[in-house]
Design a protein around this ligand. Structure first.
Ligand code: MYR
Length: 194
């Protein structure tokens, strides 16, 4: 009955069940520390040029996202979304639950429903992290997440802009990630495969 009366809640339950049954659990602290050491390595490599570090994290995310989407589609077998409202639900209630075991709140819709924000009350990438003062202003510590979403969405024909609006690591009240649809890509048949 709950499925019929509240499909929105059941989508989250669906995500939670996949997390419980089909996800190889990685120790949360190890995951956080591993990501931290990547950021710290980049900080050395790029000599604290935070614009470059943000770009590099984003690029790493894209290459992860383009692979992760296959795994996501295979594990969830969900039907394709018909609009960004559905896409936002799948991202927040299924994708984030399956991969990070968090359920960000979807909010701040644009009037024409082509852009929304995800509020991350928890962020496993940045647990226990404190930024040095010089990084606080310029580094988007979790920028890899924007790249992951960008890469994954592009693989399902959604050309989106994905960026952080704020981050509690920088002293902001919330961590807010924004997704804006640029355009729906046409299925382009790669040359030689038609
Ligand atoms: C659609 O069918 O158009 C919607 C599909 C949404 C897929 C979103 C997949 C995101 C996968 C990676 C997210 C990782 C977040 C930690």
């Amino acid at each position: 009955a709950s499925t019929a009366s509240n499909p929105s809640k059941s989508l989250k339950t669906f995500g939670e069940n996949i997390w419980k049954t089909k996800t190889a659990k990685v120790n949360a602290e190890l995951f956080t520390l591993t990501y931290g050491s990547i950021v710290s390595q980049l900080t050395n490599d790029y000599q604290r040029d935070y614009a470059k570090i943000n770009n590099q994290l984003y690029a790493m995310g894209i290459s992860i996202g383009t692979r992760l989407i296959e795994d996501f589609v295979a594990r969830t077998a969900l039907p394709r979304c018909e609009n960004m409202v559905q896409t936002s639900e799948v991202i927040s209630k299924v994708a984030f639950v399956v991969f990070l075991n968090i359920n960000p709140q979807v909010t701040n819709w644009s009037n024409n429903k082509d852009a929304f924000s995800l509020i991350l009350d928890e962020n496993p990438l940045s647990d226990f992290v404190e930024l040095p003062i010089d990084a606080m202003k310029d580094l988007w510590y979790s920028n890899i997440l924007c790249g992951v979403l960008k890469g994954a969405l592009e693989m399902v024909q959604l050309d989106c802009k994905v960026w952080f609006v704020s981050d509690i690591l920088r002293g902001d009240p919330h961590t807010e990630l924004r997704v804006k649809l640029n355009r729906v890509l046409k299925d382009e048949i790669p040359a030689g495969e038609d």
